[in-house]
Write a protein that binds this ligand. Structure first.
Ligand SMILES: [Zn+2]
Length: 389
């Protein structure tokens, strides 16, 4: 019996934190919603003071605490050092606010000028990508420190959902790579993070776009695995894709003799999930193709599309504010379709699908509760569909 898979229709604009503490203080609440608005002030401006707190450095322990497996990226550390120098030179303290670690105040004005000049001065596009990514990530790590839970990326004291997430072991024949855009790193509504929360970082590994330390780990694993064990899940109609059945339905299963308990590195299927907005995903896919070419001499990275995936993805974008794929739903779709194939139906994938679905529900509930507390409208609709195969 095949497991029923739920598809989610989301209709809510994403949580954001438009009000800094300062704004709230300066604009006395005038509406009956005063108390609820005040609660949004609990997303305070966050000061990063190198002198008092040692904020400016990122340790390996902190870096890996956010879900990554690499050393602290050298370029991220460089950006942090530059911030520190800028603080000293201008006597302006680093202040962060909002979600995503956005710089604020006088420091932001100074840093804006500086990073634009640095970016313009960089010669080639590769250096520009790496600088862009490193700066984004440095801001997010410094701005989220002591504010977001490192595991679930939700505000630590108010919304941490970790106690409700159940862990599950992913069948060792599958490994996910979350190829994530820096702007999605530490985003509260990101769903890719659920994969390593549920399955662990060895079964679902984060790879940040434009961070060489991450991309190297991923590509080294792909080189070891071989090209025929690497697939990209890319829900773009312009890419040439195969269905899960075409790729793994016939003949492939005979080649896959995994024991559920013994990991056989040579036969593990590596699936890249592109975790970014639709507008960013094209650039991310292009980079994957370029790297495919530099590793294997040809840029045709094999792509998988889901039978149910396209419609699920489409439903997940009912309005411009949700202009991203739901990465967890893509993983759920893939595992569910694999589960339907003869070579995979004894791998327990249905249980793993269930664990991921449960975690997605927990995240949606946490985000909804947060919006309610902040006095924002909820027009979320979760629909259950049970027709995956
Ligand atoms: Zn948490």
């Amino acid at each position: 019996m095949l497991s029923a898979t739920r598809a989610f229709t989301l209709k809510f604009s994403l949580p954001s934190f438009a009000f800094s503490t300062k704004t709230c203080m300066e604009s006395p609440p005038r509406s009956p919603k005063a108390n609820i608005f005040n609660s949004s002030c609990r997303s305070p401006s966050r000061k990063a003071d190198a002198k008092d707190t040692g904020y400016a450095s990122i340790t390996l322990q902190e870096w890996q605490g956010w879900g990554t497996t690499s050393p602290v990226p050298a370029k991220v550390l460089e950006v942090v050092e530059d911030f520190k120098l800028l603080e000293k030179a201008n006597d302006a303290q680093m202040t962060f606010g909002g979600s995503g670690g956005k710089l604020q105040g006088e420091f932001k004005i100074q840093e804006d000028k500086k990073h634009r000049a640095t970016y313009e001065a960089l010669g080639d596009s590769e250096k520009k990508i790496q600088f862009f990514s490193a700066r984004q990530i440095a801001c997010r790590v410094l701005g989220s420190r002591d504010y977001l839970c490192q595991k679930c990326w939700l505000p630590l004291e108010e919304d941490c959902m970790c106690s409700k997430v159940k862990h599950s072991s992913l069948w060792p024949g599958v490994r996910f790579w979350l190829y994530m855009h820096p702007k999605d790193f530490l985003r509260q509504n990101n769903t890719g993070k659920l994969l390593w929360q549920v399955f662990g970082v060895q079964s679902a590994t984060l790879c940040l776009f434009g961070i060489p330390e991450h991309e190297e780990i991923m590509w080294n694993a792909f080189k070891l695995a071989g090209k025929d064990k690497v697939w990209c899940l890319y829900p773009n109609k312009n890419a040439v894709t195969m269905s899960v059945y075409d790729a793994f339905g016939q003949g492939f299963s005979a080649d896959l003799e995994h024991s559920p308990t013994v990991k056989n590195e040579d036969k593990t299927l590596n699936f890249v999930l592109i975790d970014g907005t639709w507008s960013n995903s094209a650039a991310m896919f292009r980079r994957l193709k370029e790297q495919t070419k530099s590793v294997w001499g040809e840029e045709d990275l094999p792509c998988i599309s889901l039978v149910t995936g396209a419609s699920t993805m489409h439903k997940l974008r009912p309005q411009p504010s949700w202009d991203r794929t739901c990465t967890a739903a893509a993983a759920i779709g893939l595992l569910s379709e694999l589960q339907c194939l003869p070579g995979f139906n004894s791998c327990g994938l249905d249980k793993q699908v269930e664990a991921l679905e449960d975690a997605l529900v927990v995240l949606l509930e946490a985000l909804t509760a947060r919006r309610l507390r902040m006095g924002r409208s909820i027009t979320r609709k979760v629909r259950h569909i049970s027709n995956i195969c």
